[in-house]
Structure formats: C-alpha cells, structure tokens
Design a protein around this ligand. Sequence first.
Ligand code: FAD
Ligand code: 2HG
Ligand code: ZN
Length: 449
Amino acid sequence: MSDLVEAVGPSHVLTDPETVAGYLTDWTGRWHGTALAVVRPADTAETSAVVRACARAGIAVCPQGGNTGLVGGSVPPVGVPSIVVSTSRLDWIDDVDVPGRAVGAGAGVTLARLQRSADAAGLACGVDLAARDSATVGGMVATNAGGINVVRYGAMRAQLLGVEAVLASGEVLRRWKPLRKDNVGYDLPGLLAGSEGTLAVITGVLLQLVHKPRRTATAIAAVENPAGALALAAAVEESGIVVRAAELMTRRGMDLIASYGHRRPFAEPPPYSLLIEGEAAGTDLAAALDAAGVVEAVLEEGSGADLWAVREAHTETIARDSSSPVVKLDVSVPLPALEDLIDAVDPVAAEYGARHIPFGHVADGNLHVNLLDVDPGRAAEVTDRVLRIVAGLGGSISAEHGVGRAKIPWLELSRSPADLAAMRTIKAALDPHGLLNPGVLFGVNSSRE
Ligand code: FAD
Ligand code: 2HG
Ligand code: ZN
C-alpha cells in the first residue's frame, strides 16, 4: 500500500468502504467485487508506477472508467487481492487537430466531453451511445463499444488511430501518429480494442474524428416485423440517403417507455417500429419513407432528440421496471435471422416467467435481448437457452458489450478451441502472471453475481 501511496499520493488511494462501494458494483447491479483500494493515477507515469507496485506485491489490477459496462468486467473479482485503477484523473484532452481530423484524450475523458470538443471544432466522434455522460473513451476502446452509428462509421476500433497504455510489466506502449494508414506489423492498438482491461491499462487514446453531416432528419416509422425494418432501412439507403442509425423497437418496449411518461409516437403502437436517422432534409426522408410504403411515421428535422429519447430510455426504464436484475443479452445474428431469434426467444422467456423486451441496432444484426423479472437463481439457465438459440442461428454471444464476467461460460458457442487457445496465448505473453483484470474474458476467479 505504501508503494501505491508513493505513486499517486495519499488522497488518491481510496480505502474508506463508503467511498469505495460505488466502484465495486456494476451498472446492472448483478456483479459485485472486493478490492484493497481504489487508486486514481493522474497520468501515464503514475499508472505505470501503480502497475509495477502491484506486480511486485502480486496484487491484481482492475481498470475502471465510467463503470457503465453491462457485462460485469468493470468490477474487481471476489477473494483475489486486487485494486481498482480508476481512470477518472486521466482527464486531459488535446486541442482538436482539425486538418488531421483527430483528437488525443486521456482514457478517463467521457464521451460527452470528447463530443463537445469535436463539435466546437466543427467535427464529430464516429461513435455515440446513450451512456455518453459517464462512459469514458478508454473504457469504450477497451470494450470496442459500438452504439448507434456503427452502420455509418463502425465501432470504436475503427476510430482508433493510436493508443498509450501501460502493459502488465509496467512498460508503456505508445503509438501516437494520426495516420490513416500504418501497416508496420501487428495492430496492437486494434488488439487492445476489445481486450476489456485484460492486456493493458489504456491511459490515452488518439481517435479519428468525422465530418458533421450537413443535415439530418430522424423518423420513427411503423413496421410489421424486423424484416420490414431492414427492408425500410435498405430502401432509404437506396434512395440515396446515407443512413446514420437504424434502431428496432417493439410494441412491448414502447408501451413500457410510455408508461413512465415518455413520448408515445403512435396512438396505437405498431408491433415494431424503426427509428431511422438519415443524412437528408426532412422532406427527402419523408419522401423516401412514402416511397417505401410506410403508412405511419413521425419525423423530426435534425437529430430528433425527442424521438431518440424514446429509444434511449429503454435501458434505464427496463432496469427500473424489472422485479429482478435484468438478464441482458447483447447478441448478433445474420440479418435474415433476426425475426427467427425474437420468435424463438419469446416462448423461452415465457417458460421462465420473464418479459422479453428486445431492441437494438437492427442494421448491424445486433439485438439487445432483455429479459425482465427472471428469478436470479435461473438467470444462468435462461441465458444458456437463449445463447444456444443465437449460436444455432449462426450468431455471436456478444455483439458490442464484450464478454466481461457475464458471458464466459458461453465463449465456446462463438469461438473455436483453436481461436480460444490463440487468445489465451496472447494473454499469457502479455500478462504472464494474470495481473490484469483476472476473471474477465477467461474465467478464473469470477466475482459473485
Ligand atoms: P467501464 O464500464 O468502466 O469498463 C468496461 C470494461 O473496460 C471493463 O472490462 C474495464 O476493466 C475496461 N476498462 C475501462 N477503462 C479501461 C482502461 N482505461 N484501460 C483498460 N481497460 C479499461 N455499449 C455499446 O457498445 N453500445 C451502446 O449503445 C451502449 N449503450 C449503453 C447505454 C447505457 C444506458 C449503458 C449504461 C451502457 C451502454 N453501453 C453500450 C455499455 C457501456 O457504456 C460501454 O461498454 C462503454 O464502452 C463502457 O465504458 P466505461 O468507461 O463505462 O467502462
Ligand atoms: C443500447 O444500445 C445499449 O442502448 C444498451 O447497448 C442495451 O440495455 C441494453 O441492453
Ligand atoms: Zn447497443
């Protein structure tokens, strides 16, 4: 402990149980850990000193950003001597490089702050998600976060130009050039993207920025089924409008959101709705929807904050309304299988007395299967049932949230033995003593649900 105090100063080694409590439970309330302390380094050098001190003492290092992760990866394990390394003080942000369309930021900068900086420079970040006020750019790289604009710009890995990170040895890895092309050997920043704190503590990220669209329009359109939603998104794109987001919602979801006082876009919610944001004037988006045979839609010029509020309210409202921690399964399937997935999960949910409220990034084949009111003792069982359906449809057990602690038992459904062995080899090479985030991704010493 004295090494840690020496590394960051006494006021940044937190041990008071009340102060530390918030770092030990994840956003979903399903995962709880224990830690000797929460340590808040101010820069990369301090982070390196912290990691070296932990390596000497055999104490695990669990990186944490905004603690908005949904798979239990952001909290430490139970019963393993460990510390949480909070990135909250890694909060520096460079001036935006406008001609180079890039910005460097400390890992602890929130997405909302980065977005404000980019916006002030006339640019934008290619990734956006509802947790923007708390999620950090370091955490978003560590989870390769997706979000609402993946259909347009790709996920976080695709925005990453460079990274600064502390390896398990305490050495600092720095690739920091705003180059669009740089093909010299392994893509180590790309490897750290999605590594969920198991390969390094990311201290800074260099992100590409994108041009802001000249105009946007947003609509929520009634559709009969997921295939109809996909067909509508394709029709809008074929009309020449660049689609920025295509989000599926269900009647069940809309009814629940409305019961909490949110806007009800339709007097009678249709079975499914598609929220679509396009780079176009409202009149052009309206014409494209008409041409595609849409009978009911509400449309707003611009990015439609009012309409987005309906979509973005889902996660929090579902969490509030469920009588037990929501079983959250973030999966992807080939596009034609989306409806089969929903149809197959409905009866399984009913068997477990659960309400099934799916929604998500339909153009990416990414559905958020949320099961409410599941008896916590049966959460693993129902998860197993659903993830086997997903695998049977050729899908992935994690589309964008990662593996964390929540998905470890099901890795084999998405990765072959050779694939898993290669991942373990990389982990062993970069973190031979299993110092970084033990129990995340590979399943030793998992924390208690
Ligand atoms: P944390 O939750 O603190 O950590 C997440 C993981 O990253 C952990 O394994 C942690 O150890 C690791 N980590 C964090 N910081 C670092 C670092 N500096 N170095 C190394 N490892 C680190 N996710 C999506 O993909 N798309 C969405 O649309 C989306 N929407 C969301 C909406 C809501 C309302 C909420 C609550 C969550 C949502 N998420 C979404 C999930 C979450 O916001 C993302 O996973 C986000 O990337 C996590 O960032 P964070 O800073 O909160 O990371
Ligand atoms: C979103 O798309 C997030 O809003 C969260 O990925 C999904 O709550 C969820 O299941
Ligand atoms: Zn999502």
